[in-house]
Structure formats: C-alpha cells, structure tokens
Design a protein around this ligand. Structure first.
Ligand code: COA
Length: 351
C-alpha cells in the first residue's frame, strides 16, 4: 500500500452505482462533484445542470454497457459526500474509461483506487484494451502516463463564441452553394427515407479513418444510425443535421452534425463533418457549417458557444472553422493501455 492510501481508504468507500435507479439526492451530489472538478480543470466550460442528467449517465446504445462507481465519504453531508467517479463504457472490443476525483481529495491515491476498480472489472468482463480521453493541461496526463498508458492520438478543441460571429459573412458563406446541390436541415431527427443515403456518406469516415481510438464510434449503417439518433435523443443530446443532397443522383454529398446537450444547453458539441470525396472542391463543408450556425441562431437562442474537436491534419476543416471564427482552446489526448499490464502495475508496490 502506498503512502496516503491507508488514510484515504478510511474516508472514501467505492461502490458500484446505477444512475438509472439512483435517488435524486445521489444525482444532485454527483452533479456537485462533477461541477467541482470542472471548475478546477476546465474553468471556462459551462457548469452542468440537471436537464436529463439521469438519462445522460444511464442510457447506452444497444449492445453497449456502461458501469459506474462512486467513491464516497459516508461521514460528509449528503450533498458533499462524493469524492470521485469512475466509469467503464463497454464498446465492441474496447473498454473506455472516465475518471474524476474532486479537487479537495486529489493526491491521496483515490484516482488510483478507482482506476484499479475499473481495470479489475474490465478484465473480468473480457476486455484486453482500455482507452481514455483526457483534456490537456490538467492532472490527467501525468496520472495516465504514471500508470503506463500510451499517448495514442491528439485532437485540438476549438470554441466559437457566437457573440463574436460575423453573421452577414456567415450568411454569405451559407448561400455560396454551387448549382446541383440542395441543402436540407433536420433539427431533432432524420426522416427514415434519408437514412440509407446518409449512412453511405458516413462510410467515408470508415474508409478514411483519422487514426483516433474510436472512443466515440460513428454509426455506418441505417439501423445503427437510427439507434444512435434514438440514443442521443434519450440522453438529452438534441441532434441537428445539415446535409447537401446531390440533386442528380439523390446521394448525400456532405453532412455536418451537432448536438445541443440538455446538461449544458449554452454550449453545443460539433460531431462529424463529412464530404464524400467526389464532391470535394465545391465548398460544401463551408456552406454546410455556416448553414448550421444560422439554424442554431434561430432555433437555440440560449446558445452561447459551439465546441469542436479536430485532428491537426484536417487542413480543409480547420480553414473553415477559422473563417467561422473558431479559436483553438486546448489539446485533448487519447491514451490506451493493455488491461493486464495495467492491472499488474496497479498491484505492484512502488509502481
Ligand atoms: C487525474 C485524477 C483522476 C487523479 O486523481 P488523484 O486521486 O489525485 O490521483 P492519485 O492520488 O491516485 O495519483 C496517482 C499518481 O498519479 C500522478 N498524479 C496525479 N495527479 C498528478 C498531478 N497533478 N501532477 C503530477 N502527477 C500527478 C502521481 O504520480 C500520483 O502519485 P503520487 O501522488 O504518489 O505522486 C484527478 O486529478 C482528476 O480528477 N483530474 C481531472 C480529470 C478530468 O478529466 N477533468 C475534466 C472533467 S471533470
């Protein structure tokens, strides 16, 4: 046992927790703890609210499972008793971790204990590889590297403050769509009829992978896409989709996806933007992303910011983001580890 762990053991118990069946008091305590961590690690991010929080934490895609743990100090007042949170999302072949410890409880070995709980369970569930996504310039990098995770992929998070947007210019960008394409806007859902063409366009991402660990995998067939949209809606993540249809063939030539989360409705999350290669060079990405902003301005008046993550290599999209007014915020890093190696390191003294 390492220094600090013994004392910590006394005041934080780790228990498995089902947010789907949790009491409102538990959810309020989780939110308080999460916002406590957020205000230290990502102080410019909006704090989360209660909107669809239970569903956000509990609902998964068909075939996926999510296990969660709380580290609690039973002697603290109810609303302050959560000291840390761990999660294992079980995707096809990959276990994805999420972990936080409230600032006041850090550097006492609790993160390590939560990690060990998750890793033991992941192995018991048959997972050999674990992945985690961590915001740069926080304690996470030192923590995961200390435990032997390998840095696998880096993305940049950029943020657009809507108050700074040059709206007449964005309107111009949106209207600069070449002849032969029709733009469709789908707030909230996609009609069944478009799903096969949409799924085909999404295949492009699979054929030209970015090299990330697929910690948030995209859906590539109509059935999976339908399930994914249902899952987003159930978790309180309202999808907005803008697509360009190639009029002559009826195919989807390009698309951009974004969600407005009920948990932080002032900041939207940009998802995939894809242009099918034979439709490259017509300014579709530029027009679609601009059209999305115009739609959001009308439909989501409470929205203040949009955040997006992009690989350093995607120059075309970066150019569009820059023209729209996105500003680089911080790196986001993906780490991976072999589950058994990790478990061995976590039990060996002094590791
Ligand atoms: C990363 C995190 C889980 C670590 O929790 P913790 O309880 O402090 O971790 P531990 O005490 O078990 O630390 C284990 C080892 O990791 C390393 N480590 C952890 N925090 C570190 C830091 N700030 N700087 C350098 N090394 C660090 C150390 O090697 C440490 O061992 P030591 O204390 O004996 O030197 C915690 O800092 C955290 O929640 N960070 C924020 C995570 C996040 O993503 N936030 C954004 C959304 S809320």
């Amino acid at each position: 046992m390492r220094p600090g762990e013994a004392a910590n053991q006394e005041w934080a118990d780790i228990r498995e927790w089902d947010p789907g069946a949790a009491s409102d008091a538990d959810l309020a305590a989780w939110l308080r703890a999460y916002n406590g961590a957020l205000s230290t690690d990502l102080p410019d991010d909006p704090p989360w609210g209660r909107g669809k929080l239970r569903e956000y934490l509990a609902v998964t895609m068909p075939g996926e499972r999510r296990l969660t743990w709380l580290a609690e100090d039973e002697t603290a007042p109810t609303e302050q008793r959560i000291r840390g949170y761990g999660r294992l999302l079980m995707l096809n072949g990959l276990g994805v971790l999420e972990l936080y410890v409230v600032p006041a409880a850090r550097r006492h070995g609790l993160g390590r204990r939560l990690l060990r709980t998750i890793v033991d369970r992941a192995i018991a569930e048959g997972f050999t590889t674990l992945g985690v996504e961590a915001p740069g310039a926080t304690a996470s990098a030192a923590f995961y590297q200390r435990h032997g995770f390998t840095h696998a992929y880096t993305e940049m998070r950029s943020i657009l403050e809507l108050a700074t947007v040059d709206w007449p210019h964005v309107a111009e960008m949106a209207s600069a769509i070449v002849h032969g394409y029709e733009v469709e806007i789908h707030p909230g859902d996609l009609p069944d009829g478009i799903l096969p063409a949409y799924a085909e366009a999404k295949q492009v991402r699979r054929l030209d992978p970015t090299g990330d660990l697929e910690l948030r995998p995209s859906s590539y067939d109509p059935e999976r896409l339908r399930a994914s949209l249902r899952c987003l809606q159930a978790r309180g993540l309202k999808p907005y989709i803008v697509l360009a249809k190639h009029e002559r063939t009826g195919t989807v030539a390009g698309l951009t996806e974004l969600v407005v989360p009920a948990q932080h409705p002032t900041r939207a999350d940009q998802y995939d933007t894809i242009i099918v290669p034979e439709h490259n060079g017509y300014g579709l990405a530029r027009a679609l992303k601009a059209r999305m902003l115009l739609e959001l301005r009308k439909a989501e008046p409470q929205l203040r910011e949009v955040q997006t993550w992009h690989a350093a290599v995607n120059e075309q999209l970066q150019q569009v983001n820059k023209e729209l007014g996105f500003q680089p915020d911080r790196e986001w890093r993906e780490y991976e580890a072999d589950a058994r190696d990790l478990a061995a390191r976590l039990v060996s003294p002094g590791s």
